[in-house]
Design a protein around this ligand. Structure first.
Ligand SMILES: Cc1cc2nc3c(=O)[nH]c(=O)nc-3n(C[C@H](O)[C@H](O)[C@H](O)COP(=O)(O)OP(=O)(O)OC[C@H]3O[C@@H](n4cnc5c(N)ncnc54)[C@H](O)[C@@H]3O)c2cc1C
Length: 424
């Protein structure tokens, strides 16, 4: 008997967790699992801002090597660029990328998991490369840190997001339309940067304006939670601007918005649109923007051997890692069920229902914790906002635990973490 082939594209939060959780149910003798990523390490993106505002280089602290993890699990890892998916032939084309010039390799699959995240569209923001800053990867974050330390003159700072262009075709009916993909980072950034400015004698919250394309920033985090956070922020001296619609241009003088307004600023820290990768566009499994369409078990309705989780899935809104991580348990359970290694009752128990769970650094050893599922069609009743030193400890300790466990957290531990966040 030939072993079934499970191919996982992407190995950051969503892909790594699917691969690791699957091995709990499907042993090496029972299925071949292959993971493809262009990098051979996981980048712990959520803690990048915290690292630079504590004056550390995230390149040295937030990278988890993947090869020893997959070796231990008996899972094959290929470092390569995914360039094409053919869902009718059940094949994926990849180009090994350790050295330039590699020929295209074709991989076949019985089950495919798309967990490749998104492209962050900085290239669509006019003036970004010359006048913009961000924190979405170690390069951008270190560049921002260097600017703050060496060049910042104490001028005005704007922090906010470009408009998210979400797809609608085949979208689950409980997923709302979002005008920004992920607005935890701008809120967190504003708070921790204000602390950094004060600590270094370079300013305070009064230097910073937070902006959003939407009616309310981070609206997915629960209206009451956000209003409480905004009240605190305004008391600290932050300014806040909403309904900017989109970013049209960054200039030396400031930022210009699609609603026709402008803000003067020395430092422009922006989060771009989260776009689907070009190789996902115009496929029978994706919506009009290239996000993979799924049902409540993260399975494509027309190609049931194709699953998607994390930022690449149309079901993931907002685009946050905690949702992708949670979805990965469902995907692994479903594939284990399809292969006969988990009974249907157990696997189908957990259907995807989104919740926002987020720990945000506030600087000075404090953090906020948000747990909410009240956003429009999310339809839940939970709206929790907690703040303090314990939440900072949890944010930092979660990263330690995650690295120690090689990215593998049992579902019970995941639930325990949420319970702890809610209760303490
Ligand atoms: C500054 C910042 C702070 C954040 N803070 C939080 C937070 O506090 N909490 C939270 O829950 N979320 C947070 N997020 C969001 C979170 O980082 C993402 O939602 C999460 O990383 C998505 O995980 P993913 O595995 O789906 O995709 P990604 O993390 O984007 O991983 C995709 C993987 O696919 C690989 N890949 C992509 N294209 C290809 C290709 N063509 N070929 C081969 N490999 C490819 C990439 O190398 C990568 O390893 C934050 C985001 C930012 C930018």
């Amino acid at each position: 008997m030939k072993k079934p082939k499970i191919l996982i594209l992407g190995s950051n939060f969503a892909g790594l967790q699917v691969a690791r959780h699957l091995r709990d149910h499907v042993k090496e003798k029972d299925a071949e699992i292959t993971v493809v990523d262009r990098r051979n390490y996981l980048l712990f993106i959520p803690n990048i801002p915290l690292e630079i505002f504590e004056d550390r280089d995230p390149d040295k602290t937030q990278l988890l090597p993947l090869i020893p993890i997959y070796e231990k699990d008996g899972t094959k890892f290929i470092q390569a660029e995914v360039t094409k998916i053919d869902v009718d032939k059940k094949q994926v084309e990849v180009i090994p990328n350790e050295r330039p010039g590699s020929a295209i390799e074709t991989l076949s699959y019985d089950y495919l998991v798309v967990a490749v995240g998104n492209k962050l569209a900085f290239d669509k923001i006019e003036g970004f490369s010359k006048f913009g800053h961000s924190v979405t990867d170690t390069y951008q974050a270190n560049k921002l840190h260097k600017y703050l330390v060496e060049e910042y003159k104490g001028g005005k700072i704007v922090i906010g997001s470009a408009r998210f262009n979400q797809g609608s075709k085949g979208r689950l009916d409980f997923i709302p339309t979002a005008l920004a993909a992920c607005e935890g980072p701008p809120v967190e950034l504003a708070l921790s940067l204000a602390h950094w400015l004060e600590k270094h004698g370079k300013g305070s919250a009064k230097n910073i304006t937070i902006f959003t394309p939407a009616e309310l920033i981070a609206e997915d985090a629960g209206e009451n939670n956000v209003h409480k956070l905004l009240e605190i922020a305004s008391g600290m001296g932050f300014s806040y601007v909403n309904k900017t619609e989109d970013i049209t241009r960054l200039t030396a003088e400031g930022i210009e918005f699609a609603n026709g307004t402008k803000l003067e600023a020395e430092l422009k820290i922006v989060l771009p649109d989260w776009e689907a990768h070009s190789f996902l566009r115009n496929l029978p499994i994706t919506d009009e923007k290239g996000f993979v369409i799924t049902d409540e078990y993260l399975k494509n309705p027309d190609y049931p051997e194709v699953y998607a989780c994390g930022d690449a899935a149309s079901a993931t809104v907002p685009k946050i890692g905690s949702i992708g991580h949670y979805q990965s348990y469902i995907v692994a359970n479903q594939i284990a069920k399809d292969l006969g290694f988990m009974n249907a009752e157990e696997a189908d128990k957990e259907k995807y229902r989104p919740e926002v769970i987020c720990y945000g650094d506030m600087g000075g050893g404090k953090a906020f914790y948000i747990h909410a599922n009240t956003w429009y069609t999310y339809g839940g009743k939970t709206e929790i906002l907690n703040m303090g030193r314990s939440y900072y400890d949890m944010k930092v300790q979660f990263r330690h635990a995650y690295f120690m466990a090689g990215g593998k957290l049992p579902y019970s531990m995941w639930k325990f973490g949420t319970w702890l966040g809610d209760e303490i």
